[in-house]
Design a binder for this molecule. Structure first.
Ligand code: ZN
Length: 157
């Protein structure tokens, strides 16, 4: 496993649409492991492949609910309700902004074994899924933030 460098806002790659994954390969499996490692190292709760420079539809999420989610080729099937809250992104360091998202999301995706599943997510997990799916379409939360972004105190080490 290896830590990959995280692309930040202004990098063209973050504005591009990602292609679907057709099959699991050792290279893609390694990418997924690296994405988790990179996300944890940066204290993030989610990471999309374009953030490490790979234009594939792959998302990893860990919102500390005891599960590690891998969503490949995710498709949001249904949304309902709404939630407004603070959001940040590893590709927009040191900032946060208020974004309104659906309260509930039903998503269909493939896992790391390319097994299809559907997931009903609420609250913070629903927010994370929406945020990461936006990355796969070349969008950052800052495009949807209400009002100016705020500076976030980050730990220096
Ligand atoms: Zn992000």
């Amino acid at each position: 496993m290896a830590i990959r460098s995280i692309r930040t806002i202004g990098d063209e790659i973050l504005t591009k649409e990602c292609k679907p994954v057709k099959e699991m390969t050792p290279r893609t499996a390694e990418l997924i492991e690296d994405m988790f490692e990179t996300m944890y190292e940066a204290n993030g709760v989610g990471l999309a492949a374009p953030q490490v420079g790979i234009l594939r539809q792959i998302i990893v999420i860990d919102v500390e609910d005891g599960k590690q989610y891998v969503l490949i080729n995710p498709e949001i099937l249904e949304v309902s309700g709404s939630q407004s809250g603070s959001e940040a992104c590893l590709s927009v360091p040191g900032k946060s902004g208020t974004v309104t998202r659906p309260a509930n999301v039903k998503v269909r995706a493939f896992d790391e074994n390319m097994k299809e599943f559907t997931l009903d997510a609420t609250e913070y997990l629903a927010r994370a899924i929406c945020h990461e799916c936006d990355h796969l379409k070349g969008h950052l939360y800052v495009e949807f933030a209400e009002g100016p972004l705020e500076d976030v105190q980050t730990e220096e080490d």
